[in-house]
Each structure stands twice: as C-alpha cells, then as structure tokens.
Design a protein around this ligand. Structure first.
Ligand code: SF4
Length: 355
C-alpha cells in the first residue's frame, strides 16, 4: 500500500507527528524552500529521525516521466504517482521578463501552474480528452501539493518567487474538495510557499452546491466557472452534469460566493465552431452575467484526434469578443498556449499510454 507523504500535512499537523518542533521547521524548509526529493537531501536532520520518518512517510509522491516544451514557454508534464497512475500538470509562462536597454532586470517573468486534482474525471465533458479515460481516483493532498513543488524544482523557480496556481488540470476540483482545501492551506503556509488565496483559482464545471461549500470554507481563493454555453440544452450536451447543476443554479451560487470586491469572477467560455460562436449566444451571455462582476475568458477549442468539434475562426472569435466588450463585459481571448505540443488537457497522458 502507498505510504502517505510529508506533503500531505499542514505544518500544525507535522508538529504533532514529529518531535522536537525545531526539526519540523527544518523539514518544512527542506520540503518547500529547497524542494527536497528524498530524506537523503535533508543533511541537517539526524539519520535516526530520517530513518524513523521513512518507515511511515515518503517525501515525494510523484515523479516526472515526460515533458513537452512549447516555443511559447509552456511546459506540459506527465507525472507518475506511487501506484503507477499518471496525470498532468502544466507550467505556463504568463509574462516575459522585462530588462532595461543595458540588460538590467526590471521585472522577472511571471508563471502560473495548472494543477490536476484527480486521475481522470467523473464529469464527462464531451469536448474533453481526459473524460474519455473515465475516472480513476482522487488525488491526495500531497499529490496536489507535489505538482507545484515538482514544477518549481524542475524550473529552478525559487520558493519566494511569485507564482499563481489554477486548479484547471485533470479532474473536477470541487469533486475532491476536502483534499483540495487542505492543499490550498498548505500552499498558503507563510513558512512554506506562501502562495496567498488571491493567487489561487479554483476552476469548476459548476457543481453549484460545492461552490457554496468552498465559499463557506473562507479560503480566500478565486473561482472560475467553465460555462461554455448559455442555454441548458447545449450545456448538457457539452457537460452532462448540467442536468443536476443547471445554469441558473450556478449563477445563483456565484452570486453567493464571497468575492474580493476588487476582483471579478472568471467565466470560461470554450468557443466551438457552429456550436456556441454566434452573436445570439453572445447576446444571451451578456444578459446572463448582467448582475455579476464578471470577466469572460474566450478560449479557442483545440481539436484533438477523434473529436467531433472544430476550432472557431478568428473572425467569429473577434466578433463575439467585440459584442461582449461593446455591451460592457470585460473579456479576453485566451492565447492558445502550447499549440505546438499536446495542448489539450489529457493529450500527453493519452499519447503515453502503453509507453
Ligand atoms: S473538462 Fe474538466 S470537468 Fe470536464 S471532463 Fe474534462 S477534466 Fe473533467
């Protein structure tokens, strides 16, 4: 059976498991400041304590088994867990570094890590490659935390450099809410990675009751809603669980969610040719979001082998966006990052089957 990982625990929990307490401070530093991969790395921890801990806990619950690097700086990772299951995480370059003419660094490059919360997914979206493989299991807290640690380590990204996290990889985050909530708390630990709730965005396909629960937890995170359609018929075709959590119930839950007054709720809208890229849909979208401080992210559908859906034209994307903007909605067209690699969620895992 798989052992728990040290990354499964908050600092408070580690203090109850490991004595004396100053050793916990040292171990926390090894885990989150120096990204230790094994007990051998922890040179200032006595061998006897390392051996005692190694009997009960592993340090790192995953390893990188493949990665694809895009020309735009996106790096897609395939990660293997202790039980041999695999899942993906993505390193996204959001802003290039800025230098003066003399080459002096003015601002470091900005990155976001896209994190998975499950192996596979139960939601079954018809446009999603991950859904094709069905659901295998929830990720543990440590497996969620380890993705950020592994990607920061692999990119030599210092612990105190700013990073954003989006829970937008494989799986429905709110379907694994307890493990996710604990991972969010661990990321926020001041003596660890110190990633505030403001820098963490939970993206959901719209489990309205769990949106309420997330709000009640008071974690201070942002939410993003994968809306993708403005009428229940099409949304149910794209996201079958819309039958149980329809558009009206999601909008109501969003209105109840505690949102930082300076921030907006992100609505993701995957644009698919001849499905939802017409101006009538844009008009309905404006109406639907009229009472919400919202921002719409229009995303090009990235076709993958076997999908019945097609990528929309640039013209329809631009007119859709123009309509929203002209009617007062904040809107961006998402860059299709990593178009030269396996850009669709689940594609790298799919390609590595049997490898
Ligand atoms: S798009 Fe997200 S929620 Fe839908 S099946 Fe894929 S992983 Fe699950």
């Amino acid at each position: 059976m798989s052992k728990p990982s040290l990354l499964d625990f908050t600092k408070k929990e580690l203090l109850t498991l490991i004595k004396p307490s100053f050793r916990v401070n040292q171990i926390f530093g090894w885990l989150y400041h120096r990204y230790a991969n094994s007990y051998d790395d922890m040179k200032n921890i006595p061998k006897a304590l390392r051996e005692e801990l190694a009997e009960k806990y592993i340090v790192n619950p995953l390893k990188i088994i493949n990665k694809e690097i895009s020309t735009d700086g996106t790096i897609k990772y395939l990660l293997e867990l202790q039980d041999g299951k695999t899942m993906e995480a993505v390193w996204l370059k959001m802003k290039d570094a800025i230098h003066t003419e003399d080459g002096e660094l003015v601002q470091e490059a900005r990155f976001t890590i896209c994190v998975s919360t499950q192996v596979g997914c139960k939601v079954g979206c018809s446009f999603c490659l991950t859904a094709k493989g069905g659901f295998t299991r929830d990720l543990t807290t440590g497996e969620i935390v380890a993705q950020v640690v592994a990607l920061k380590r692999d990119n030599e990204h210092k612990h105190n450099r700013m990073i954003n996290i989006v829970y937008m990889g494989m799986g429905e985050p709110l379907d694994n809410l307890d493990n996710l909530a604990k991972a969010i708390e661990i990321f926020k630990e001041e003596e660890g990675l110190c990633i505030s709730g403001k820098r963490q965005t939970v993206s959901t396909s719209g489990l309205s009751n769990k949106i309420d629960r997330l709000g009640e937890m008071g974690l201070g995170v942002h939410i993003a809603i994968s809306l993708h359609a403005v009428d229940d018929k099409l949304r149910t075709e794209l996201i079958p669980m819309n039958k149980a959590h329809n558009i009206a119930s999601i909008i109501d839950a969003v209105k109840r969610f505690p949102i930082d007054t300076r921030k907006r709720v992100m609505f993701e809208y995957l644009v698919i040719k001849d499905k939802n890229d017409d101006l009538a849909s844009a008009k309905k979208l404006v109406k639907l979001l009229s009472d919400i401080k919202a921002k719409v992210n229009l995303i090009y559908f990235n076709p993958y082998p076997g999908t019945p859906y097609e990528r929309p034209s640039k013209e329809s994307m631009v007119s859709f966006a123009d309509y929203l903007i002209n009617h007062g909605l904040l809107c961006t067209i998402r860059d299709s990052k990593g178009m030269d690699i396996s850009a669709a969620c689940g594609q790298l895992k799919e390609q590595n089957k049997g490898a």
